[in-house]
Design a protein around this ligand. Structure first.
Ligand code: FAD
Length: 425
């Protein structure tokens, strides 16, 4: 009897144990399937949360560490990147932390040249990602006299950076600013286009996307130059192309040298063009970020609009006044800009009248052509050096100012009059 009882107990115990094991195994299987099913979503969600946290941190750090006016920086390193192009690494002289910035923004420098009473103001784009809290990097091309005017002086600021500024020298820099930037928080697919030295802001965007570890954002990168001697950081671009399958690297040389090897040194012969985009991109549905010389910006923006890309998806930055003029938005032109008859700009302090027509360019260009001397800096609406009070009348802009403008004032380098005007100059 006892034996039968033992057998029944053992059988019951075995059944319960087996049932328990079965339950545990089923739960494990279900959670494995759920993990496999939701794993990708959870990973993406985690990535988004992490990015959001990083961005909130960026905003907090920017507010905490930003500074007003100019701050002293030391040149820590100078690296030759290509013929006539150097990178400069600056660390704050006060040793305090640096605020982060948005990739695409620029620094404004105040340069004290020997034998000049006024400092020279120039803007240079940050060329690395903001993931380096101890330094800012800019990459500068030395501007030489134009081919059609070889006797003209070389570029003042770029020559100073290349020839005069040495490690440990101190220079004054304004905090990062500018509206041409990529939002690292978003995941929308982008086409980044840099022509010549215009590579710098889009390089910062590329480095930010790849350094942030985002492997999902689709990036098409186009770098246009004349030949291989003008390409900066080739190894860096090649490494990004190898390590980040989400980045499609395209180097375009318009006039490659015999030693520039297709497939190794460059991907396409010719200029960066919308024709090339049509061959390569799966659709036109991207946000486009463009910086380069005037003809490139002009043709790309026009052709992108013709291809049906909405204006709000085409973002560009000008490095100088010529570019600003050539990409001006026709819709923003005013009655005055279209008018044939001249309007009068009265310079109140100099007691001078100048005549402006739509051929005269900005108020600054027009005043200088008439022999007046106005304060100016970047000549692209970015540094704020040419801000003037408008006493009577109103202005509109050839391109949106990058620097804040006080009510009742204007940035003369990108402003044009809407009718007769009196300015405090
Ligand atoms: C937002 C922004 C970002 C920028 N980012 C970068 C960047 O990342 N990297 C970069 O390299 N640049 C950048 N620039 C351009 C930069 O600010 C300067 O404009 C550039 O370095 C030239 O300045 P410069 O003082 O050397 O030349 P300037 O002295 O202003 O001279 C400009 C050109 O005019 C020529 N010139 C001078 N005098 C005469 C004359 N009498 N007749 C005919 N020609 C003459 C010079 O030889 C030179 O080629 C940026 C500009 C802006 C607005």
């Amino acid at each position: 009897m006892a034996v039968i009882f033992d057998i029944i107990t053992a059988t019951l115990l075995l059944t319960v144990t087996l049932y328990g094991v079965l339950l545990v195994w089923r739960n494990w299987q279900e959670s494995r399937m759920a993990t496999a099913y939701f794993g990708e979503e959870i990973r993406l969600l985690n990535e988004q949360i992490e990015r959001q946290q990083q961005l909130s941190q960026v905003a907090v750090n920017t507010a905490r560490d930003a500074w007003d006016g100019f701050r002293k920086f030391e040149l820590r390193g100078k690296v030759l990147e290509a013929d006539g192009i150097c990178s400069f690494y600056f660390a704050p002289h006060d040793g305090r932390p640096l605020p982060p910035f948005y990739p695409g923004q620029y620094l404004t420098f105040s340069i004290k040249l020997p034998n000049e009473d006024k400092p020279l103001i120039r803007c240079y784009s940050l060329s690395d990602s903001p993931n380096h809290p101890d330094y800012y990097r800019v990459t500068i091309k030395r501007e030489v006299a134009p081919r059609d005017n070889p006797d003209a002086p070389d570029g003042k600021s770029s020559t100073y950076f290349h020839r005069v500024l040495n490690p440990d020298d101190i220079i004054d820099i304004k905090a990062p600013s500018g509206h041409f930037y990529l939002n690292p928080e978003q995941q929308n697919p982008v086409v980044l286009i840099g022509g010549g030295i215009g590579i710098t802001p889009v390089l910062s965007m590329l480095n930010t996307i790849t350094a942030g570890g985002s492997s999902n954002r689709e990036v098409w990168f186009f770098y246009g130059a004349r030949d291989g001697s003008e390409i900066v950081m080739k190894d860096h671009f090649q490494q990004i192309a190898r390590e980040h399958p989400n980045v499609r690297m395209n180097i375009c040389l318009s006039r490659p040298r015999p030693e520039d090897q297709p497939g190794t040194d460059f991907d396409h012969q010719g200029r960066v063009s919308v024709e090339l985009f049509k061959q390569l991109l799966p659709s036109n549905n991207f946000d486009y970020y463009i910086c380069g010389p005037a003809p490139l910006m002009d043709s790309l923006t026009t052709d992108l609009y013709d291809w049906g890309v909405p204006k709000e998806k085409v973002h560009f930055e000008a490095f100088g006044p010529a570019t600003v003029k050539s990409v001006r938005d026709a819709e923003a032109d005013t009655t005055a800009a279209e008018a044939e008859k001249p309007v009068t700009i009265h310079l109140k302090r100099s007691k001078k009248d100048i005549s402006w027509t739509n051929q005269a360019g900005s108020i600054l260009d027009c005043a200088e052509a008439a022999g007046a001397s106005l304060e100016s800096g970047c000549r692209a609406g970015n540094c704020g050096a040419c801000e003037l009070a408008v006493v009577e009348g109103s202005v509109t802009y050839l391109s949106d100012p990058g620097a804040p403008v006080a009510d009742g004032s204007c940035l003369a380098c990108v402003a044009i009059p809407e009718g007769n005007l009196v300015i405090d100059a």
